[in-house]
Design a protein around this ligand. Structure first.
Ligand SMILES: [Zn+2]
Length: 70
């Protein structure tokens, strides 16, 4: 099932949402706003190819690891 990471365009809260239908129906769990920005997940960036493996190790702290840290 696709889980996407969003950042709310209203309050800036970052959250993950399971999108089964239209992503337009996804609301911020904090303020309820549907205005949002989709963040790149670890899964989608991993599909770019083997060339990104070296970069993935370096960027994991700022990319995937950064948002999941808190
Ligand atoms: Zn919000």
């Amino acid at each position: 099932m696709p889980i996407y990471e969003y950042k709310c365009g209203k309050c800036g809260h970052e959250y993950e949402a399971l999108v089964m239908g239209s992503p337009d129906s996804v609301e911020c769990p904090k303020c309820g706003s549907k205005k949002k920005e989709r963040l790149m997940s670890c899964f989608s960036s991993a599909g770019k190819g083997l060339d990104s493996l070296a970069g993935a190790a370096a960027s994991s702290s700022s990319g995937c690891g950064g948002s999941g840290f808190s």
